[in-house]
Design a protein around this ligand. Sequence first.
Ligand SMILES: NC(=O)c1ccc[n+]([C@@H]2O[C@H](COP(=O)([O-])OP(=O)(O)OC[C@H]3O[C@@H](n4cnc5c(N)ncnc54)[C@H](OP(=O)(O)O)[C@@H]3O)[C@@H](O)[C@H]2O)c1
Length: 275
Amino acid sequence: MSDHTPTLVLGGTGKTGSRVVRRLTERHLPVRIGSRSGGIPFDWENPATWAPALQDARAVYVSYYPDLAAPGAPEAVGSFAELAVSLGARRLVLLSGRGEEEAKAAEDAVRASGAEWTILRASWFAQNFSEGHLLDPVLSGQVVLPVGQVPEPFVDAEDIADVATAALTEDGHVGEVYELTGPRLLTFADAVAAIAEASGREVTLTGISAEDYAAALLAEGVPSEVVGLLTYLFTTVLDGRNAHLGDGVRRALGRRPRDFADYARATAATGVWNT
Ligand SMILES: NC(=O)c1ccc[n+]([C@@H]2O[C@H](COP(=O)([O-])OP(=O)(O)OC[C@H]3O[C@@H](n4cnc5c(N)ncnc54)[C@H](OP(=O)(O)O)[C@@H]3O)[C@@H](O)[C@H]2O)c1
């Protein structure tokens, strides 16, 4: 889609959205950031903010916050998709998660909207270790998680943004469900070891039971709904159901996905793990 109406990028300051914004801007395409701090504020919790953000947008990158597995997410995404189409949006690119029933319900809602849809079903982002809730544990030198030896094919948010940008701007991706993973399965211990090697810091992974993990988060003052969500993501979604590679990056872009070791080296060079 190469007209000059703005593309609305939800979560446009977040891990994937900011990278989509950068790519569209580099192509001199008009972009509108959809987030609470955007020029036209967009808040998932306040549906009255949705229509102003959608004004004149023909394509939308739909990244939900906090997570498609959160209660109410499929309904919110469905209502948003319906509104977007009724206001003239033609193309919706949904960022989804692998192996989550709630995420599948959100995908169904986008499919039912009547838009030209593309679904990006992503594995765990590598950037959780540098831009998300695992940054502080990495900096502390000890990452304590209720994970075992189940491997995960961590995906680089740069790859997600490349696929999202292609789906928003090019033909040939409508009606596709892309399983976006990295090129290798790694345990969380492997991932932490790669970060330790690239950054030159001592960082280790320590296992913990799901119950002790939840209790520790609650003791730190993390809200109970966030604790429930994190525990669900580290246990149910990490039970082996996603321990296989997807071919979405290759199908969408015709190239191999970025490797976790490359992410670790490039991220170490930014200095984010130096503090
Ligand atoms: N992280 C993963 O490993 C992973 C894996 C697969 C799928 N996903 C999916 O990816 C999506 C995004 O997750 P993420 O971890 O990458 O987060 P993220 O995009 O980094 O989240 C931050 C973004 O959300 C915006 N935001 C926060 N609260 C908001 C609200 N109430 N209304 C509107 N925007 C809000 C923030 O901007 P403001 O502060 O300005 O509002 C910022 O742009 C989720 O739906 C998740 O299910 C994540």
